[in-house]
Unconditional design. Structure first.
Length: 366
């Protein structure tokens, strides 16, 4: 068993079962043993691969989007460019390279990376050295300096904790993580149980509250919603736009999506805290409600494939192919398909933009 297993076990032994959100928070973000705190999990040799790691075209499309948005904002100088959950820094390096094509953009940019992982901050520093632009790192979005801003996030919200609520015969209870009963001794495994008390069902969307059959699970994302509220408030007050890519559903619904991934394969959520990635599908409706509560308008969600195609990724792929070998051409084609095809990342992954009311951004502004 890992050190983190013992830490979580001690907390449960002392205080009783913990929420799924608390379990996720400890597994992913424990200061010493949390999954993201101690390692770079990305890439073929890691546990999972993300869009910017598949192809430079992804970051380049985001960079062109940011430059066009900056132009539509009236080219404010300085412009805060903020990435939340920036991984290895690959997306931002590709984005800046593309956005520098716009005159004066590089002079205007103040770069911020909102990242809690020391291991990934070190990677970002190395990756961004090629752009000659050193960011300021912050743990939380609220610590980013004031002024007009463009915010980018790819697979950020899926890494944040969720609460799970289960419909029972007499109402809704919270799903908790406790110790298994192994014949009277201390538990040696974690297992799910339910809260003794019914929860206040106000957190369940009204259309699901009474219609959900027993056993149905609703995943509540208050941590993500609060971060979204902060970002949306800033965009409305200071001007700018935020763009988020993630996998998930456009409308909230019933179903458990929490999963553990280790070495590009699914693993047991409760078996290996701190050593496997834990993610959930993002409920875009909860994020959109939070952004609107802060006074922002939300564009989308649109499928990632359609978004990238409307921004011109096909033309970019064709340009890259002009100087490519046969082998490179095949790689570009494969990456293009992976990012855009409906049976790959093109449909499950979705995109939203958060803007001040009335401020249209590409590809919605035509
Ligand atoms: C799934 S990875 C995505 C990385 C990157 N955006 C990409 O597409 O390759 C999640 C990222 O969010 C960061 N992260 C997780 N929880 C965070 C938090 N509460 N605040 C800021 N960053 C966080 C992780 O360290 C990591 O950089």
């Amino acid at each position: 068993m890992s050190d983190l297993f013992d830490i979580i076990k001690a907390e449960i032994t002392a205080d009783g079962p913990i929420s799924v959100a608390r379990y996720m928070d400890l597994a992913l973000a424990h200061p010493e043993h949390g999954y993201y705190k101690k390692q770079d999990p990305l890439g073929e040799d890691g546990d999972f691969t993300t869009a910017p790691e598949i192809s430079q075209m992804f970051g380049e499309m985001v960079g062109l989007w940011a430059a066009v948005v900056w132009q539509a904002m009236g080219q404010p100088d300085p412009l805060n460019v903020v990435e939340v959950g920036p991984g290895r820094g690959t997306l931002m390096a590709d984005a800046l390279r593309a956005a520098y094509a716009m005159d004066d953009f590089d002079d205007a940019v103040r770069l911020w990376m909102v990242e809690t992982s020391p291991a990934l901050r070190a990677k970002q520093k190395a990756t961004l050295a090629q752009t000659l632009m050193m960011p300021a790192w912050r743990d939380r979005f609220e610590e980013v300096g004031s002024g007009p801003l463009v915010v980018i996030g790819n697979e950020f919200f899926d890494a944040l904790p969720v609460h799970q609520y289960e419909r029972c015969d007499d109402g809704w209870r919270e799903r908790l993580v406790g110790l298994n009963d192994d014949g009277g001794k201390d538990g040696d495994k974690f297992e799910y149980c339910l809260s003794e008390q019914l929860i206040d069902s106000c957190v369940i969307p009204q259309d699901l509250r009474n219609s959900t059959p027993p056993g149905g699970i609703f995943e509540h994302q208050p941590v993500s919603a609060e971060i979204m509220r902060q970002i949306a408030k800033r965009v409305v007050e200071h001007g700018g736009a935020a763009l988020f890519f993630d996998y998930g559903h456009g409308k909230h619904g019933i179903g458990e999506t929490l999963q553990a991934v280790k070495g590009h394969a699914f693993s047991d959520v409760l078996a290996n805290p701190g050593n496997a990635d834990l993610t959930t599908h993002v409920d875009f409706e909860q994020l959109m409600i939070a952004a609107r509560e802060a006074g922002a308008e939300v564009l989308g969600p649109v499928p990632q494939g359609a978004f990238l195609e409307r921004l011109g990724m096909r033309q970019r792929a064709d340009t890259l192919m002009m100087n490519a070998s046969q082998e490179q051409m095949a790689e570009i084609d494969a990456a293009y398909a992976r990012l855009t095809d409906a049976d790959q990342m093109g449909t499950l992954f979705k995109v939203i933009a958060v803007v001040p009311p009335g401020f249209d951004v590409p590809p919605w502004a035509e």
